[in-house]
Design a protein around this ligand. Structure first.
Ligand code: SF4
Ligand code: SF4
Length: 389
């Protein structure tokens, strides 16, 4: 029950914090009631500023992770989006290569780009960054993220010095951290670091602990940290069979009610999804129906894993259950089997993930039947990769 109240309160607090009162009962949360949400200029797009970086971008941009048609990127940029998000690991490097080819014909000041690297020491991080820059064919990226570190790694002096070195070299204008587990803790580590300028965090209407997440995001904003939201669509479907789609426009608008979120990078694979996002870029107000569509009062598990990591300690094998659940969401929610397989392959699991475990001791806070989902998605590792691309 707490979950639904928190979600409802989130929406109320978002509006109340900005406008001084909530428009409860009116059925519509108007963009004009919020600071930083009015369309600007002749294109009608709503812009916000990424903290102290001063980078001013539309509230909705492009997560390139699953894009395999470069025309989607072209259409996004031509439609007013300014910011592209990729990573060293996406599509085994093809994602950065595609962007490199496409962007070389565009003026460098006509877009912003972020990429992400992951590693445990200078050699690994520098090695990935050099490869990323070659693939992107760029002299610099606007934001370089440390990809999914723990809070401890976010504050590790050795790793911080690697990122500082990269920024000093001019090959990254700003530094960031991307997170989709234990987000509030990681965001607070980002603030404490005094090194990172931006945080890229999961943020959506399904998150049970978003009261704390919202607080951490507000603290980040107050500290001048740019805040970018990801995983805004919460898995895109309520069910594994994909008979029950989430209203993704409503989900995106919901996140943008929080004025401390400066922009978002929903992943897109089809032109009609991009069209929806163009519309949200010009109008983030929520209708009564859209609020209803998010089922804020229901306890439906859906497909989105909260990344709370509470399951890991409960599993005798300490399986990376949140990562496996993410892979499940990629397969069944996004229908991206290749990404699901890549994610599973990166986890160094035994041939049979749950091995001889006869009964599952994990009690997921979302109510997932974790063992069943693991059995289900684990099959993907036995399919030849070339069938999945
Ligand atoms: S599987 Fe459940 S308990 Fe584990 S991180 Fe996801 S939501 Fe939390
Ligand atoms: S069945 Fe459950 S407890 Fe056993 S290894 Fe799998 S996730 Fe862990």
């Amino acid at each position: 029950m707490k979950k639904s109240l928190d979600r409802r309160n989130f929406l109320k607090l978002s509006a109340a914090g900005a406008a001084g009162s909530i428009l409860a009962g009116s059925g519509t949360l108007h963009a004009s009631a919020l600071r930083n949400t009015k369309p600007e200029g002749s294109n009608g797009i709503i812009y916000r500023t990424l903290g102290k970086t001063g980078i001013r971008v539309p509230v909705v941009n492009l997560g390139v992770m699953r894009v395999d048609n470069p025309r989607i990127v072209t259409m996004a940029l031509d439609g007013g989006m300014k910011f592209l998000d990729t990573a060293y690991s996406y599509q085994n490097g093809r994602n950065e290569e595609m962007l490199g080819e496409l962007l070389k014909d565009r003026p460098r000041d006509s877009y912003y780009i972020a990429t992400k690297i992951r590693g445990e020491n200078e050699e690994q991080l520098m090695g990935q960054f050099d490869v990323s820059m070659k693939r992107l064919q760029l002299d610099y990226v606007d934001i370089l993220h440390f990809h999914r570190p723990t809070a401890e790694q976010t504050l590790d002096p050795e790793l911080l010095s690697v990122f500082k070195k990269i920024k000093e070299s001019g090959r990254a204008k700003f530094l960031g951290v991307s997170t989709h587990s234990n987000e509030p803790e990681v965001i607070r580590a980002v603030i404490k670091s005094n090194v990172y300028d931006v945080v890229l965090t999961s943020y959506n209407f399904r998150m049970e602990y978003y009261a704390d997440l919202k607080k951490a995001v507000a603290e980040a904003n107050a500290a001048g940290i740019g805040v970018i939201a990801q995983k805004t669509m919460a898995g895109a479907y309520w069910d594994r069979e994909r008979n029950d789609p989430i209203n993704t426009k409503a989900a995106l608008k919901f996140v943008l009610q929080d004025e401390n979120v400066h922009t978002s990078i929903p992943g897109v694979t089809a032109f009609h999804e991009l069209e929806d996002n163009f519309e949200v870029n010009k109008d983030i107000s929520m209708t009564e129906q859209e609020i209803k569509d998010l089922r804020l009062d229901e306890q439906t598990a859906g497909m989105f894993c909260l990344g709370c990591e509470k399951c890991i300690a409960q599993c005798p094998q300490k399986l990376p259950v949140p990562d496996i659940m993410r892979s499940y969401m990629y397969a069944y929610g996004y229908r991206d089997l290749s990404l699901a397989r890549e994610t599973m392959d990166s986890l160094s699991l035994n041939a049979d993930a749950c091995g001889n475990c006869t009964s599952c001791s994990v009690k997921c806070v979302q109510g997932f039947n974790v063992a069943q989902k693991i059995r289900d998605i684990d099959r993907i590792r036995h399919i030849p990769s070339d069938f999945l691309t």
